[in-house]
Design a protein around this ligand. Sequence first.
Ligand code: MSP
Length: 695
Amino acid sequence: MSQHDKRFYVTTPIYYVNSKPHIGTSYTTIIADIACRHARFMGREALLVTGSDEHSQNIADLAAARGLSPQQFCDEIVPSFRDTWAAVNIQSYEFHRTSDPRHHHLVRTFFNRIYQKGDIYKGSYSGWYHTSDNRFLDEDEVPENPESHPRLKHLTEEAYYFRLSRYQDWLLALHETHPGLITPDSRRNEMLNRIRGGLKDICISRTSTDWGVKLPWDEQHVFYVWMDALLTYVTGSGFDIDTYEKTFEPGNWASRSSEAPGDLYSVTRADLKSQPAQNRWPCDLHIMAKDIPWFHCIIFPAVLESYGLALPKQFLVHGYWDFEGEKMSKSLGNVVSPQDAMALVGVDGLRYFLAREVPLGLDGDFSHERLVKRFNYDLANDLGNLVHRTVSMLDQLFEGVVPDELAVSDLDDALEERRKRSIHEAQAHFENLQYSEALQAIWELIGEANKYIDEKKPWELKKKPERRDEVSTVFNRLMQVLRTVLLLAYPVIPGAANRFWGILGLSGRLEDLQADALNERIPAGHKAGSSEPVFMRVDWEKKLAESGAGAGSAPAGASLDSPKAKQGEGGSGPAATPSRTETATPDAFITIDDFAKVQLRVGEIRAADKVEGADKLLKLTVFDGERERTILAGIAMYYAPESLVGKQIVFVANLAPRKMRGLMSEGMVLAAGGDSGKLALVSPEQPLDPGVVVR
Ligand code: MSP
C-alpha cells in the first residue's frame, strides 16, 4: 500500500447548530465512524472531519431573538455536538467550525482566485429566501402566499454569481465517466438529470447580513452559507492554501485543472506535492443524506475545478430516517434524540440498529419498539447468548481452558466453512460501504453457531466420556467463531466487542488490531474469562407500561450501562417504579402493582444435577432467553435430573440471588403440589421462546 493509499479521509456534513444533534445527524456520523474504524482495521490512517455550519441566516435570527450574538449562540450549542459524538463512541475526529479564522482565510483566498479568473461576476438577485434552508427558492417552489410563510423573506440584493453554467459540460463528462463517484447509482442518475436539465449561474453572496465570511474584494458582502461551508472539507484536511497559492503561475489554470475528467487527480497531485505532510486533500469520502448531493456533487466539484484543486474521490448519499412513517421535524415534536435511544439499548444497541436496519442509501423508519426488538433479537439473544453459552459451558466442562480440536465431524467443518465465508463476505461489504449487508454476513455465522450448539448438544455429550473428543472440538470451534465475530463486528459495536473480547480472555484492545488478526486462531490451552451479561434484554412491554406512554413515545429507559441495570435484575433492565393506586384494598389482597413486582418468565432447563449432601435439591441450569442461570429447586424427590433436560418451566426471574449449599441460586422455579406426595412443575402449555414474560 502506498503512503497515499494508506490515508483515508472521510467527512460528514458540517451540521447547522440551530438545534442539538438528533438521530439523523448521529446516523451520518456513526456511519462515518464505522468507515474510519474499518479503514484503521485495514491498516489505513483514517481522519474523520465533522463540524458546525454557523453562518446561516437562521442562526443569526435565533441568536437575535435571544439577545445573543450569533457567535455566542453557536458557542452554546457546539458542546452538545461534541458531547453527543463522545456518547455515540466516535473514535477520533476533528471538529471544524466555520467561524474559525483559519477557515475564513482559506475561503477568502480560494474565492479571490476564482474571482480574478473571471468565474465570479456581480449582478443582483431578487426572490424568496428560505431562512431555515438558507437558500433562495426556485420559481416553481414558491408557495401561493409566500408573504404569510414564517420562514420566507423577499429579498432583492446586489449579489455575486458563480458561473456554474460554464461547468455544465465538464460536470456532465465528470459524472458520466466516473460511475463510482456518487453512490448509490440512483443519486448519480438524479444528479446527471439535473445537469442535463441545464445549469444556471448561482448566487454566492448576500448583503442582508454581516454574519458570515466577507468577500475579500467587496466587504459589503458575505459568502452565501453553502459556499463557505463546503470549503470546511478543505480546511479540515490540513490543506495549506498559502503554500498552494505559491505554486500558481499566472495563466496556468488550464494546465492545473484538466480538460479531460479522466485525469482529474493526476494533474493536480503534482501541485499537492508542495503541501505539508499532514495534508489529506483530496478527500476519499464525503458522506451525506439525500437532501444535499446537489451542493456536494455539482457545486463543490465545479468550484474546486475553477480554483484548480483535485476533486474528492467519492460521495456517499444515504437515505433519510423518518419517525414512525412521518418526517422528523421540530414542529411535529417527533425528533428522536440519540440519548433517548441509548437509554433503552445502550450505545452499541443504537449503532447496531442504525447500521443494520436499512441498507445504506435507502430510507429508514425509526421506532423505539423496532429498536428494542432488534436489540433483543440480534444482540441480547443471538450474540449475547452465543457468548454466554460458550463461555459458561467451557467453564463448566473444561475449567475455561480452550481444548484441542480432536474428533472432527461434518458439522464442525460446515461451521468452519461458514466462518471463512463470513469473513470474506463481511470484509467485502465493509469495503463497499454496505454495512447492513456486512452485519448480515456476521449474524449468519452467529446463527449457524447457535444452531451448531443446539445440534451438538454438548451438555449431553459431556455425560458420555467416550465422546469427550467431540466436545473438545465443539468448544475449540466455537471460540474461533466468537473471536472472528468480534473482530468483524468491532467497527459497528466497538464497546461491546471489546467487553466480549475480555470475556473470551483475549488481551489488548480491538482498536489496536488489524485485518491479519482474522487469520489467527485462539490456541488450545488459552484460558477464557468468565461470562457476564453485556446486552441485557429489554422488556418493551414493561418499559411502555412504566412510562405510561403510547406506542409512539419513547419510554424513559435507564441506560443499560447504568449501575441500576446491572444489579442482578435478571437482565431485565431497571426496576419498575409502579404508580400507586388510590383504591383502598383489604389486607388479604395485593394490588396489581404488587403483583407487577414479580417477574415471571419462561425458561428452558439445559442441565439438571444432584447437589451433593442435599437430598431434596436439584441444581438446574436454566436458559432465560439471554443467558444460562443456576436455579436450585427442592424437587429432587419428584424428578430424576435427566428427565428435566429440555423441559420448559416458569420461574421468578427477579428474585434476589441467594447462596445455598455453597451455590448461588438466581431465581425460583414454580411448582404445585408436594404435600400430597405429587409435585408438578408449572410449564407453558405449548413451547414458547425462552425468556418470554408470564403475565
Ligand atoms: N449545514 C448543512 C451541511 C453543510 S455541509 C458542507 C446541512 N446541515 S444539517 O444540519 O441540516 O445536516 C444535514 C445532514 O444531516 C444530512 O445530509 C444528513 O447527513 C443528516 N441528517 C439530518 N436529518 C436526517 C435524517 N432525518 N435522516 C438521515 N440523515 C439526516 O445541511
